[in-house]
Design a binder for this molecule. Structure first.
Ligand code: ZN
Length: 283
C-alpha cells in the first residue's frame, strides 16, 4: 500500500499513478483525515489490502501534503551512520542520541522552504511511521509496530543547532518547512528488505548523499526497542532515523543551501521529494 495525503484527504495511490479517496471508497468507514488510519491500523490495513484499484483518479504531485500531518511525537536520531559520525568528527554513540523535530516543521513532499540563515544544511533520512502503540517493544517484534516508511529531510540550521551553551538540536531543526516528508507511506510488506534501503539526495542535480540503511549504527528495530524502553510509541508517531555522510557541514569548505537551490531526496522503493529554497529572515 502507498498511503498519501492528497488535497488534505487520506488517499491510496495505485500502480497506475491514480489515487483513491479513502473516505469515499470506504463509504465513510474510514474518515478523510490523513492522520486517522494509524489509530485503527489493523482494520485499515485489512480493508485497504482488499481494495480494487478501479475508480482511481489522476492527481498531480504538487497536490500531495505530508502523509502524516499531525503526529503526537516526532523522534529524530543523530549520528546513526558511521560515515556521518566520522565526517562530524564525533565518536560512535553507545546509545542513540535523540531529539525532536517539533511537528509544526512538517511539510509535504514538494514545495518551497524559506531559509532561516546562512548555514542551512540537508540530511536525507528514512522516516518510520508507527502503526501500533508500543512500550518496551523488543527488537524482534519492532517491525510489527510499524505502519510503513517514508522519505524525510532533517533540514538543519547549523548555527541555531550548535548555539552555546548547549546544542539546540530540536530548535535548529524545526523552522517552518524543515521537516519535509513524503511522497507516500509505503507499508513494510511492500519492501523487499526494510533493513537495507538505498537513500540519497542531490542539490541542483549534483549527488551529495548516498547510503544504505543497512549501514545504520542502530537499525530500525534497535531504535524502536531503545526508544520504547523509555517512552510509549503512539500510532502515527514518526522516527527520523539519522542521515548518512555527505551533509554540507562535513565538507571542506562547508557548503550550505542558498536561495534557488533545489534539493531532491529519495529512498529506494519509497519515492522522491523535491524542495526549492527561498530567502527568509535570519533567526
Ligand atoms: Zn538528522
Amino acid at each position: 500500500m502507498r498511503i498519501a495525503n492528497l488535497r488534505g484527504r487520506l488517499s491510496l495511490l495505485t500502480e497506475g499513478d491514480g489515487a483513491i479517496d479513502v473516505a469515499g471508497a470506504s463509504g465513510g468507514r474510514f474518515g478523510p483525515d490523513p492522520q486517522s488510519p494509524f489509530g485503527q491500523w489493523d482494520e485499515f490495513a485489512a480493508w485497504a489490502s482488499q481494495l480494487h484499484e478501479a475508480g482511481a483518479t489522476p492527481y498531480r504531485p504538487e497536490e500531495l501534503g505530508p502523509p502524516v500531518p499531525r503526529p503526537d511525537q516526532v523522534f529524530a536520531i543523530a549520528l546513526n551512520y558511521r560515515d556521518h559520525a566520522d565526517e562530524a568528527r564525533l565518536e560512535l554513540p553507545a546509545e542513540p542520541p535523540t531529539f525532536t523535530k517539533f511537528p509544526s516543521c512538517l511539510t509535504g513532499p514538494n514545495g518551497a522552504v524559506a531559509l532561516s540563515g546562512e548555514a542551512v544544511d540537508w540530511e536525507v533520512e528514512l522516516v518510520v511511521v508507527i502503526g501500533r502503540e508500543g512500550h518496551r517493544v523488543s527488537a524482534a517484534d519492532a517491525w510489527s509496530v510499524v505502519a510503513g516508511v517514508t522519505v524525510g529531510q532533517d533540514i538543519s540550521d547549523r548555527v541555531v543547532q550548535m548555539r552555546p551553551p548547549a546544542p539546540q538540536f530540536s530548535l535548529g531543526k524545526s523552522f517552518p518547512g524543515y521537516g519535509p516528508i513524503g511522497p507516500v507511506i509505503v507499508t513494510v510488506d511492500e519492501l523487499d528488505d526494510p533493513d537495507d534501503l538505498e537513500l540519497g539526495c542531490s542539490v541542483n542535480g549534483e549527488e551529495v548523499q548516498k547510503g544504505r540503511t543497512s549501514d545504520m549504527i542502530f537499525s530500525v528495530p534497535e531504535l524502536i526497542a531503545r526508544l520504547s524502553s523509555v517512552v510509549t510509541l503512539r500510532p502515527g508517531d514518526l522516527i527520523f532515523t539519522g542521515t548518512p555522510s555527505g551533509v554540507g557541514a562535513g565538507r571542506t569548505p562547508p557548503r550550505f543551501l542558498r536561495p534557488g537551490d533545489v534539493l531532491t531526496s529519495y529512498v529506494q522503493g519509497v519515492g522522491e521529494i523535491r524542495h526549492v529554497f527561498e530567502p527568509g529572515s535570519a533567526a
